[in-house]
Design a protein around this ligand. Structure first.
Ligand code: SGN
Ligand code: CA
Length: 540
């Protein structure tokens, strides 16, 4: 075990230490893990600058490495976070969906780092249904948290409410900790976790004037009719035109919708949206109304003559304005953090990661949300800098996953990883020894169904060339995607005789992967039983 070897040598050096020992000992790096919620790689200019410029997030790419093929093992919030912290697939750490709380008997990498002498802190969104273990300090949002004047659950002060905009506040807390609580004699792990750009995409007041009314290029597959794939794509409830709320998502006022006779599931003053807008102070609300009145006025005039196609286009533009508006403040705040690190000599020995808990559909396939194994939500942005170790401006197209973070950080800290972690340390890739990296396929398993957005349960093998996917539970359908010939993933070629050999090979490899990671149909069935039992109990 190379980790263990490294650790032993480290200890040995310590044992033979002389007077200069302090200086010669390799300094353990600080680790700053920046993660936003639902941040699509299409909305980071280091990946793609058609939608937005993100100059600050791009600084991490310039300093370090950009991964073009980073993915998640299960494209949904809390399960992704559980995989990151445990280094285990969902079926082993038990956090398969957002429904049940995280099992805190799992061992997480922050607990191990804390024991190894790291100072640890977490600020922002966790979404576990319980508090994180292994942190000297934390201030986390309850559940999904709020954009405006949010509440926080804190380690030392109980529940607090802070006035302002969530992305700014999470950054204030982070900078405050660096300034006032960070101990110079200890390396640190800092988890800086944004709520933005999660639905319902409420941007900061200062970005309203720039983003409301702005137009964005449409994705090529905005009008996908799902005819090339099976029932899962067809039955999913993620379509911009059919499944977005006119009020909460598109910010139309209920009186406007009433006046126009447009039915909406959740009104302006009701449901999920009220949780958000109801929190605004009168001054915030006045700014908000100034911006969104214009949207409502324009809509009233345009709607009566709009075709279905134009409605879809309108919804897409509205969606992008709000979604990208929230990212503008994420980028500014990442800039604040990087500036602080630079000004305080903290850049040199610090690993900085920027990622998201998964990707997101920005109108591709006509969708919003995530969950599916199609690229936009299966992949996730990943940028890593570590001055002196990672080549500035480098790129990697290796198949890396959120599963790999725990072992990467443990190896970087010189701490052996528990043998039951299932990822692989990314250090060989990061330090330019890619020949030591041999992974040629990854495993994926999504569970949360039946539930919001109605994306069917599926598991899959993904290689650089193909995806072989099994949708199960209320269907038994297979999908084979040729990633090279069909990068937009519009056509299932599972029954195409030209792919017979490939299909056979992928089936065998999928079975091996399932064995390797310890997943099985029995395990899937036990998770179905547990879920259905719980839903029945809650109904009763
Ligand atoms: C909420 C959202 C959904 C989203 C889930 C899970 N609806 O229910 O659109 O898929 O969270 O998101 S909302 O109207 O309440 O915003 S996750 O990021 O936490 O997994
Ligand atoms: Ca998410």
């Amino acid at each position: 075990n190379p980790n263990f070897l490294f650790f032993s040598i480290f200890l040995l050096l310590g044992a033979f230490g002389c007077a200069t020992e302090q200086k010669e000992e390799p300094q353990r790096p600080n680790i700053i893990f920046i993660m936003s919620d639902d941040h699509a790689y299409q909305a980071i200019s280091a990946y793609d600058n058609r939608l937005i410029e993100t100059p600050n997030i791009d600084r991490i790419a310039k300093m370090g490495m950009l991964f073009t093929n980073a993915s998640v093992t299960n494209s949904i919030c809390a399960p992704s976070r559980a995989t990151i912290l445990t280094g285990k697939h969902s079926h082993l750490n038990g956090k398969i969906d957002n429904h049940f709380p995280f099992d805190t008997t799992n061992i997480t990498f922050p607990q191990i780092l804390q024991q190894a002498g790291y100072q640890t802190a977490m600020f922002g969104k966790l979404h576990f249904g319980n508090n994180p273990k292994g942190f000297d300090q934390f201030k986390i949002l309850p559940d999904q948290g709020s954009y405006y004047n949010p509440d926080f659950i804190t380690k030392n002060e109980g529940k607090i409410k802070v006035e302002g905009y969530v992305t700014d506040i999470i950054t204030d807390m982070t900078l405050d900790w660096l300034q006032k609580e960070r101990k110079a004699e200890q390396p640190f792990l800092l988890m800086y976790l944004h709520k933005a750009p999660h639905r319902e995409w409420l941007m900061a007041e200062r970005h309203l004037p720039d983003y409301i009314g702005k137009t964005f290029p449409e994705p090529a597959t905005l009008f996908d009719d799902y005819s090339g794939r099976g029932s899962a794509a067809r039955d999913a409830e993620m379509n911009l035109l059919k499944h977005m709320n006119w009020s909460g998502d598109s910010k139309l006022y209920p009186e406007v919708l009433d006046e126009m006779g447009i039915p909406d599931a959740s009104g302006w003053d009701k449901g999920a949206f009220q949780r958000e807008v109801g929190r605004l102070t009168p001054a915030q609300r006045a700014n908000w109304d100034k911006a969104y009145m214009r949207v409502n006025e324009d809509f009233k005039k345009a709607y009566p003559t709009m075709t279905e196609k134009e409605k879809m286009q309108w919804r897409y533009q509205r969606y992008m304005q709000d979604y990208l508006g929230t990212i503008a403040s994420v980028d500014e705040n990442v800039g604040r953090l990087l500036d602080y690190l630079e000004a305080n000599g903290l850049m040199e020995n610090t690993i900085i990661v920027y990622t998201s808990d998964q990707g997101f559909y920005l109108g591709e396939h006509g969708w919003f949300d995530k969950r599916f194994i199609y690229n936009e939500s299966f992949k996730t942005p990943l940028l890593v800098s570590w001055p002196g170790k990672v080549q500035p401006g480098s790129r990697s197209d290796e198949l890396v996953q959120n599963l790999d973070f725990a072992q990467t950080f443990l190896e970087a800290a010189g701490v052996p990883a528990p043998s039951d972690m299932q990822g692989e340390s990314l250090l060989p890739i990061l330090t330019g020894e890619t020949e030591k990296w041999t992974r040629d396929a990854v495993y994926y398993h999504y569970y949360e169904y039946p539930a919001v957005h109605m994306v069917k349960r599926h598991y899959a093998i993904v290689t650089k060339e193909y995806k072989l996917v099994h949708y199960y539970f209320d269907v038994d359908e297979w999908e084979l995607i040729d990633r090279v010939k069909d990068p937009q993933e519009m056509k299932n070629v599972y029954d195409d005789p030209a792919y017979a050999e490939i299909k056979k090979d992928l089936h065998a490899r999928l079975e091996k992967l399932r064995e390797k990671y310890g997943d099985s149909s029995e395990l899937s069935q036990s998770y179905i039983d547990r879920y259905l039992d719980d839903i029945a109990k809650k109904r009763a």
